[in-house]
Design a protein around this ligand. Sequence first.
Ligand SMILES: Cc1ncc(COP(=O)(O)O)c(C=O)c1O
Length: 390
Amino acid sequence: MNWMEKELSAMEDASLMRTLCLSSSILGCPGYTVRGERRLLNLSSNDYLGLSQHPAIIEVMREELLIEGSGAGASRHVTGNRASYGRLEEALSGWQNCEAALVFANGYMANSGVIGALVGRGDVVFSDQLNHASIVDGTILSRAELARYRHNDMEHLRTLMNKYRDKRRKLIVTDAVFSMDGDQAPLRELAHLKCEYGAMLMVDEAHSGGIYGDLGEGLCHELGVDVDIHMGTFSKSFGVYGAYVCGSRTLIRWLVNKARPLIYSTALPPSLIAGISKALELVQTEHWRRVRLREAVTLFRSSLSAAGFDVSAGDSPIVPIIIGDNDTTLRFSGALEEEGIAAVAIRPPTVPEGTARIRFSLSAVHTDKELIDAAARIRTVGLQLGVLSL
Ligand SMILES: Cc1ncc(COP(=O)(O)O)c(C=O)c1O
C-alpha cells in the first residue's frame, strides 16, 4: 500500500489534496454555516431557494418518520415501495407536464442508471466536456462510446455526430446549467441536432430545476424545449435529497425494468419522500423565492464586477471567479473564511487543469446587505492576494 502515501504526497505538493472539513447548520438560518467556532456566510451551498430549513418540510418528515419508521427496508421491486412514491411521481408528471416520472435515490444514481439503461456496446453518448462527473461515469459504465464535444460547441458536436452516424443508438446528454460555471447549454440547438440525427436528448436540470420556469420546472420548460429524458435533483433547490426522471410512459416502464441503481438499491426512506413531496409543493407555490434569488444574483454579480472581478454574464446563482493556480485558490478560500465567508476552492479534476476557482453559489435567503458586505470582503482578499490590482 506504499504507493498511496507517494501519490498522496504528490497531490499535497500540487495543492490538490482534499480533506473532509466539518460544517454544521444553524436551525432556522439556512444562509449560514458553522466551521469550528465561527459562523460563516454560506456562499458554497446549493440550497438555492433556501428550503433546507423550511419548517413545513421538517414537520412532514418528522410525522412520517413516526408513522413509517426510519427505512424502507428493501428496494422498490421488493417490499420498499409505498403509495407515497406513486403520489410523488404523479405530482412530478403534473408539474413537468409529461406522461410519467420516476424517483431515484440521488442525481448520481439517476444519471448513471438512466444512461446505462439507454445505451450499451455499439452505441454512442455525445457529452459536453463540462458535464457532471455522474454523466461521464454513467457513460463509462454503460460501455457505450463516449464522444465528448467541446463545451457548448455545436459545430464540434455536429462533426462528432457525422463521425458516429452509423452507431446503433445515439444519446446527447448535457447539464442545462453547468455546475461549476453557471452558464447554460444551447438547448434549442441541441434539440434541433437531436431531430436531425435521430438521437435521444437527455438534460440534467440539477442546477436549474426550481430556479427557471413559472413553477420552477427548469430551463427546458422556460425555453419551451422538448427533451426525451428530463432529469433533476431534490438535493439543491428542493433542499432535501433524491432525484427524478421525467418523460414518456414507455421511458419510465423501460427504466423500471432496466435502471440498475433503481433495481439493486434500497428505496429512499418514506420520511424523505414526504419531505420531497412537500418541497415540490413549495417550489411551485412560493414563487417569491425565485424572484428574490434573481434579485440577489443580479446584485451579487454586479457588486463583484464593480469590485474589479471578471464575472461572466448570466443569471445563474452559480458565480465562479477563475483564479487558475491551485495554491492561490486555496489561499483565497482560506482568507475568505477568515473574513467570515464559506466559499470553497474548486480544483482539478472537478474543473479543467489551470482553471481552479472560487465557486460562489447564492440562495434566496441571502440579504442585500450580506451580499454587498461579502463582495467588499471578497475584494479585500483579492487585493491582498494579488488576484485583483488597484
Ligand atoms: C449537474 C449535476 N448532476 C448531478 C448531480 C448529482 O446529484 P446528487 O448530489 O443528488 O447525487 C450533481 C451534484 O452535484 C450535479 O451538479
